[in-house]
Design a protein around this ligand. Structure first.
Ligand code: UT7
Length: 312
C-alpha cells in the first residue's frame, strides 16, 4: 500500500517593505476605495531593489525546518514553484538549495503560476508514494513586483511578493493528503501572460469568470473523491487573488463565507506563495487545529488550477 503523504508544516516570509493603496494613489490613477471594493486588497509587501526572492524562500524554509526540528540531511528533494525565477537558469531551486546547505539533492523549479502550491503538493505526493523519496521540501516563491508594469493601474495594484515553504513526508499516520487534482488549459493563455522580459498582461473579467467556475468544479471533485461532503471541511484556504472571487466560489459551493480564509488585505495576490502564506496565518489565528480537514483551491495563468483535501 502507498504510504500516506503528510503536510507536516508550513511557514512563510515576506519582504519588510509595505506598499499601501494610498502609496499607489501617488503612482497611478487609482484610489484606495476602488482597490478595496474591487479586490479586498489594502496593502502588499514588495522587495526593495537588491533584495532577492530566493532569500525569502530560504527564510521560510529555515524557519520551517527549525520549528519542526528536521535535520536538513533528511530532505530528499527540493521543488520550487515560481513564475518569477531569479534567472532563466540556474533554477531558483538550485540557488535556494545552495543557500540552505542542501547541495546534492535533486532541486528544480516548475511553473504553474498561482496554482503552484497545488502542483507542488501533487509532485511531492507522487515522489513519496512511488517510494523514491521520504521528505520533500516545497518552496513557493514569487517576486511579482519585478514583472508588473507600475504604470498600468489595472494590474499593478493586485500583486505582492512573498514565499512559503512546506514539508511533505511519508509518515504512515492518518494526517494526509486525502485527494488532490491539478489541471490546465492553454486555450486561455492570452487572458493572463507575461512575455519573456515583459510585464503582466491580463484580461481581468475573463480571468475572473473562468477562475470562479474552475475553482468550484475542482473543489467539488476533490471533496467527492475523498468521500466527504462540504460539511466535513473545517476551513477552505483558497488562492488569494480577489475577495470577490473567493466569495463567489463560496456561494457556488454553498459554503458560508466564514469558512473561506481570506488574508488578501495585507498581501495582495502573491501567486504561488498565497496559499502557504494564508495557511500559516490561519494556523496562527487558531482557525486550523490538528485533525482538521482543509480544502485548498487555486487558479492561475495558463490557465492552471488545482484543489486538495488534506487532513492536517
Ligand atoms: O491569480 C489569478 C490572477 N488574476 C486574477 O485572478 C484577477 C481576476 N480579475 C479580477 O480580480 C478583476 O477583474 C479586477 C480586480 C482585475 C478588475 O475588476 P473589475 O470589476 O473586473 O473591473 P474592470 O476591469 O471591468 O474595470 C472597471 C473599471 C474600468 O474603467 P471603465 O472602463 O469602466 O471606465 C477600469 O479602467 O475600473 C477601471 N480600473 C481602475 N480604476 C481605478 C481598472 N483598474 C483600476 C484601478 N483604479 N486600479
Amino acid at each position: 500500500m502507498n504510504p500516506g503523504v503528510t503536510l507536516r508544516g508550513v511557514r512563510f516570509a515576506v519582504p519588510p517593505k509595505v506598499l499601501t493603496n494610498f502609496d499607489l494613489e501617488k503612482i497611478v490613477d487609482t484610489t484606495d476605495e476602488w482597490i478595496r471594493t474591487r479586490t479586498g486588497i489594502e496593502e502588499r509587501h514588495v522587495l526593495n531593489a537588491g533584495e532577492s526572492s530566493s532569500d525569502l524562500g530560504v527564510q521560510a524554509a529555515d524557519e520551517l525546518l527549525r520549528d519542526l526540528a528536521v535535520d536538513k540531511s533528511t530532505i530528499d528533494a527540493l521543488i520550487v514553484a515560481t513564475a518569477t525565477p531569479e534567472m532563466l537558469f540556474p533554477s531558483t531551486a538550485c540557488i535556494v538549495a545552495h543557500k540552505l546547505g542542501l547541495g546534492g539533492i535533486p532541486s528544480f523549479d516548475f511553473s504553474a503560476a498561482c496554482s503552484g502550491f497545488l502542483y507542488g503538493l501533487n509532485i511531492a505526493k507522487g515522489f513519496i508514494e512511488s517510494g523514491q523519496y521520504k521528505n520533500v521540501l516545497l518552496i513557493c516563491v514569487e517576486s511579482l513586483s519585478k514583472i508588473v508594469d507600475w504604470k498600468d493601474r489595472s494590474t499593478c495594484v493586485l500583486f505582492g511578493d512573498g514565499a512559503g515553504a512546506a514539508l511533505l513526508s511519508a509518515t504512515g499516520d492518518d494526517r494526509r493528503i486525502r485527494s488532490i487534482l491539478i489541471g490546465a488549459d492553454g486555450q486561455y493563455q492570452e487572458y493572463l501572460y507575461v512575455p519573456l522580459g515583459g510585464t503582466i498582461a491580463m484580461s481581468g473579467r475573463d480571468v475572473f469568470q473562468v477562475a470562479c467556475r474552475k475553482m468550484t468544479e475542482a473543489a467539488q471533485t476533490v471533496i467527492e473523491r475523498a468521500g466527504l461532503t462540504m460539511d466535513d471541511i473545517s476551513l477552505v484556504v483558497p488562492h488569494q487573488a480577489n475577495t470577490r472571487i473567493i466569495n463567489q466560489v463560496a456561494k457556488l459551493l454553498r459554503l458560508p463565507e466564514e469558512k473561506m480564509f481570506v488574508n488578501i488585505q495585507r498581501y495582495g495576490n502573491t501567486s504561488a506563495a498565497s496559499i502557504p502564506i494564508a495557511y500559516r496565518e490561519a494556523e496562527l489565528a487558531g482557525r486550523i487545529l490538528p485533525g482538521d480537514t482543509i480544502l485548498f483551491v487555486a487558479f492561475g495563468g495558463g490557465f492552471t488550477w488545482g484543489a486538495a483535501v488534506v487532513k492536517v
